[in-house]
Structures are given as C-alpha cells and as structure tokens.
Design a protein around this ligand. Sequence first.
Ligand SMILES: Nc1ncnc2c1ncn2[C@@H]1O[C@H](COP(=O)(O)OP(=O)(O)OP(=O)(O)O)[C@@H](O)[C@H]1O
Length: 309
Amino acid sequence: MIEARELTKRYGDRTVVDRLSFSVRPGEVTGFLGPNGAGKSTTMRMIIGLDAPTGGSVTVAGRSYARHAAPLHEVGSLLEAKSVHPGRTAVAHLLALAHTHGIPRRRVDEVIDLAGLGSVAGKRVGAFSLGMGQRLGIAAALLGDPAIVMLDEPVNGLDPEGVLWVRNLLRGLADEGRAVMLSSHLMSETALIADHLVIIGRGRLLADTSVDEFTRQASGGGVRVVTPDAMRLRALLAAPEVTISSSSAEELLVSGRDAREIGIVAAQHGVPLYELTPQAVSLEAAFMELTRDAVEYQSAPADADRKAA
Ligand SMILES: Nc1ncnc2c1ncn2[C@@H]1O[C@H](COP(=O)(O)OP(=O)(O)OP(=O)(O)O)[C@@H](O)[C@H]1O
C-alpha cells in the first residue's frame, strides 16, 4: 500500500505537487494519469525518497521509503530517467543490482525470463532499443520480488506486443496481491490495464475513481435515434429526466434513456428505427475534458477548437 497525504512539493515559488492525497492498494493496478508536467514523476520520486516533500507525507507499507531496511523488497520501481551503464550487459547490470541487495543469482535468471530478455541478456545495454531498455528496467524493478511495483510510463517505446506483455504482467502482479502503480498520459491505454485511476493536473487531484466508473461517466453522451416517426417517439419518451434534441426531421439525440430502453419503447408502439447509436465520448476525450485547464503547453489549433466548441 502506498499512501500519500497532503503531499506537496514546491520548487521556489512554484507548487508542482499540491496537497495530493491518494492510496495505491494491494491487489489492484492504479493508473496515475495527468498531462505532461502534471507532477507525476515528482510524486513518484517522493514515494521512493529521491525527492523530499515540502509538505505532507507519503508512506510505503506504513512508513517512509527510507525507513525500510530492505526497500528493494518493498517497492520495485522504474523511473523514466533510470541510468544504466551502456557498456554493461543486461545480465551484468542485474547481477550488480542483485549483489548489492543480497538477492541470489537464481532471481536474476527468473526476471530475465519474465521480461523476455533471454536472447539479449549478454548484450551491452548501450545497444538496446528503447523497448528492450524498458523491459530491462521492469526486470530490475521486479528483482526484489516487491509487494509494491511502481512504474513511470512503462509502455513508452514498446511495440504492440510489448504493450500487451506489460499489460498482462501488471495484471498478473496485481492478481498475486501486489499493489501496482503505473503513470501514463494515455487514458485509453491505462484504462485497459488499470482498475483504479488517480488523475492529476498541475499537481492537484482531479479524480480518484475506478476505471469502470470513469468509463460509465464517459459513455453518458446520449443516444442518436433515426426514425421516420421522430415526433411520435419524442412524445413517447418524454419524462422529467429525459432530454431530447433534434438536428433534423428524422433524428433525435436522447439523454436519460439508454439504447435498450428506447428500442423497447419504439417496438412496443410500432415505431420503426433506422438507427439507434449510443454516443460514447471516448475515454481520451473525457480525460482531455477533465484535464484541459491543467495542460501546461496547449497547442494553438487545439485551443482554437476548444473556443469554437
Ligand atoms: N528539479 C526541478 N526544479 C524545478 N522544477 C521542476 C523540477 N522537477 C520538475 N519540475 C517541474 O515540475 C513540474 C512537474 O514535473 P513532472 O516531471 O513531475 O511532471 P510529469 O507529470 O511527470 O510530466 P511528464 O508526463 O512530462 O513526465 C514540471 O513543470 C517541471 O518542469
């Protein structure tokens, strides 16, 4: 379990993490989301003691990271700018890490297998592709068989097979009862991996919710109905909680009734339907809507679109 309470980080007069409170629970994958510059890496650095909070606190399994006798067994982490000596082979890198933490050679072989690095374990890390580097970073994070796994943008640079591998790996780790946290700025990708979402913008908490709930809210875009009997269907569907708009004689946009309910009413009254389409807002669109005031560098056309909308 990771618990942040009112966690705050200021650089000079800039507050980059602002009274952030959230939990990363065992048995779940928590997606830590925010646009570029939202404060995700800074938060993760504070979790593992690489940065000191200006205010508030964050604990890992009940105490601050620095107070664990064997922190590598407690939290395995992959932070973006992890430096690995380019002249070292992957296996030498992992062995050196294992050695300094009293981890047996057997475990090095296990994580090499787990990360699919068997065929390149003897290669120098300097010659690794970005994806291979990510796999090595993940292997290193798992070396201590940690109860908590924290990965900063783990799918960055991975090809589709690599993305699927990360997804399955993290799911498996959570199913074993570990607390898994991954950061990303990609909503739709995260929704496929995570159970729980912590979304931040400009250092502040914007949402702390389940993926299911976020998806449910994002899909509340109404139902488009096309029928030659639009006037009659509109009257049949009328209720205080239902709103209906129309942009042409045969088309209705209905909110407050789902497609199934509309279909049943139409069938009961013999109203023919040409089209019945739930208007799902994409998860990415819902995420952009939530974070749009927190985006650090907004491109001019996107801004113009927003004003026009
Ligand atoms: N050492 C530092 N000194 C001053 N400002 C910093 C420092 N580290 C980070 N920042 C600023 O803090 C803000 C948050 O940065 P951070 O890297 O935590 O964001 P992020 O959400 O991880 O972004 P990204 O998705 O781009 O990696 C940024 O505006 C960044 O410029």
